[in-house]
Write a protein that binds this ligand. Structure first.
Ligand SMILES: NC(=O)c1ccc[n+]([C@@H]2O[C@H](COP(=O)([O-])OP(=O)(O)OC[C@H]3O[C@@H](n4cnc5c(N)ncnc54)[C@H](O)[C@@H]3O)[C@@H](O)[C@H]2O)c1
Length: 346
């Protein structure tokens, strides 16, 4: 049995086709080969050279540093050189760095080209390529410039994930565990019961996890495309996670894993989460190889970053907490209170 599903999805006037479990070779039927530029992550081009063989291709160096104005500028120069006009397509093949960068490039070049994605990391398949947010970093300011614009199609090809290193799998699993915590107790149970299969990238399990994550993200984005309310639930574990990432260079999944564990402690105190559920969450994170504490990191440095979080509103930070597994809420917590409570949970 083929594990494939095509989902047609619209947000306002914008329409996206999500090809879950399909091969990247699907591209040939979706875009004209003579009027398409493929922008591909350098490691993907290296591990899967067959993808870029027949296309006009630009290679994007691996890593967050490519999500920059400078890279945008050099890509624009390349498009001008090739006389790319509004009848062309851009296709981003890579992780979240490439989908964010190419989504933004397509949004602003000649006031908008059509764009599609072939996400090649688990994180990009379950999160970054979905929902239309794009952008680049400016210096130390992450995602400072960008737009919200939906791609025309996204192809989620499980074969591409075969070359991913373990830590990139873990980054993706951390986001899937996040969806389970905020919105889906069944998914949580599934993750508990299919750990082996998930970690081995078994086809049916992976298909279920990617499809379910996609459906959750679409549902949340559809309800709240501009992050005024429910979309903020996606930040579960991220408020503290982002502060940790500023202090120490660790993979995103590890930082938000610690952030989720601390948010669970706060949830017991402030949102009625049962301690045994918090324990289940901690076990699940650990079962997927994610850390739930970082004892060697200096709390005062993390706190300093957290205090200056861009989402802070006056003296209050909005934390995403859990009422139970599968149900989240937004809680405004005064900075003063966090200052005394958080070190206890660190
Ligand atoms: N727009 C959104 O809604 C959204 C959501 C979450 C994250 N993001 C953004 O996504 C980015 C993180 O995405 P990511 O985790 O995919 O990182 P990434 O794009 O940097 O990819 C991670 C690493 O994996 C490599 N890689 C990619 N595909 C591979 C493959 N198939 N085989 C082997 N190696 C491969 C890359 O070269 C890179 O070294 C961040 O910039 C983040 O801000 C955006």
């Amino acid at each position: 049995m083929a594990f494939q599903k095509l989902i047609h999805h619209s947000i306002g006037e914008e329409h996206t086709d999500y090809y879950v479990g399909y091969s990247w070779t699907q591209l040939q039927g979706l875009v004209p080969i003579d009027r398409t530029v493929l922008l591909i992550d350098e490691l993907v081009a290296c591990y899967h050279p067959e993808i870029s063989r027949d296309w006009k291709t630009l290679i994007i160096p691996s890593g967050e540093a490519s999500k920059s104005w400078e890279m945008m500028r050099s890509l624009v120069d390349a498009l001008i050189r090739w006389e790319v006009d509004r009848s062309w397509w851009l296709v981003g093949v890579g992780g979240g760095v490439v989908t964010d960068l190419v989504g933004f490039l397509a949004a602003i070049y000649m006031r908008g080209l059509r764009v599609g994605f072939v996400p090649s990391t688990l994180l990009a398949q379950v999160d970054a390529s979905i929902g239309g947010k794009n952008g680049v970093d400016v210096g130390k300011y992450k995602n400072l410039i960008g737009t919200i614009r939906q791609p025309a199609f996204v192809i989620m090809d499980p074969q591409l994930l075969s070359s991913l290193p373990l830590r990139e799998w873990q980054n993706g699993f951390a986001e899937i565990i996040k969806y389970a915590c905020i919105a889906d107790a069944d998914l949580f149970g599934y993750l508990e019961n299919h750990r082996e299969q998930a970690l081995q990238g078994e086809e049916e399990t992976l298909f279920h996890l990617v499809l379910t994550s996609l459906q959750h993200k679409l549902h949340i984005v559809e309800e709240d495309p501009y992050e005024k309310n429910r979309r903020r639930f996606l930040n579960f574990g991220h408020t503290l996670g982002h502060a940790i990432e500023k202090v120490v260079e660790i993979p995103h999944g590890q930082a938000i894993s610690v952030g989720m564990r601390v948010a669970c402690q706060l949830s017991i105190q402030m949102a009625g989460l049962k301690p045994e559920e918090a324990e289940r969450i901690q076990h699940l994170l650990q079962a997927y190889g994610l850390p739930t504490a970082l004892p060697d990191i200096d709390w005062s440095e993390v706190w300093d970053c957290l205090r200056h979080d861009k989402k802070r509103e006056k003296e209050v930070l909005h934390f995403i907490l859990l009422e139970r597994i599968g149900s989240a809420c937004i809680k405004p917590i005064p900075i003063r209170e966090l200052e005394s409570v958080l070190p206890v949970y660190w």
